[in-house]
Design a protein around this ligand. Structure first.
Ligand code: HEC
Length: 124
């Protein structure tokens, strides 16, 4: 057998082994999965903070950019200092892009919002 015939045989056998290999078959089978989009409505993730003051506007743009209002709605009554620490954490540890001159209005808003009279379920 010539060298080129041996080389051709090696190529053919390698291709056959690859095609028959269970991993190759799994890859072929997985290509038949059909993906389809589903629309789901989450309980209160799309709610905006109420109010027209500067604090509400900042909360809607800067706090709701990563997570829902629910993270704030589900907090127990917190002190002013605790909200200040929470805002600092969101800025320094998590990257909330607040400007330093926005924090005072925001912290006042969060404190008032957190201590508002509540009716019904969180987020209402
Ligand atoms: C860059 C993304 C991002 C932004 C912007 C952001 N947060 Fe968060 N926030 C997170 C993540 C992530 C967690 C969950 C952290 C954890 O589990 O420790 C979180 C958790 C929270 C919690 C739950 C308590 C806690 O500390 O884990 C509160 C309250 C909160 N955020 C308030 C705010 C407020 C108020 C703002 C606006 C100033 C804000 N977040 C902006 C990412 C963000």
């Amino acid at each position: 057998m010539s060298r080129s015939t041996v080389a051709s045989l090696v190529v053919v056998i390698s291709a056959a082994v690859l095609l028959l290999h269970p991993m190759a078959q799994a890859a072929t089978r997985s290509s038949t999965i059909v993906l389809k989009s589903e629309k789901i409505t989450l309980p209160f993730g799309q709610l905006q903070f109420p109010g027209k003051g500067p604090g509400a506007a900042i909360a809607n743009t800067h706090c709701a950019m990563c997570h829902s209002r629910g993270f704030i709605d589900t907090q127990p009554p917190l002190s002013h200092a605790a909200w200040k620490a929470e805002v600092q954490k969101m800025m320094s540890a998590l990257g909330c892009p607040l400007k330093p001159d926005q924090t005072a209005d925001l912290i006042n808003f969060l404190y008032d919002y957190n201590h508002r009279p509540k009716q019904g379920a969180p987020g209402q």
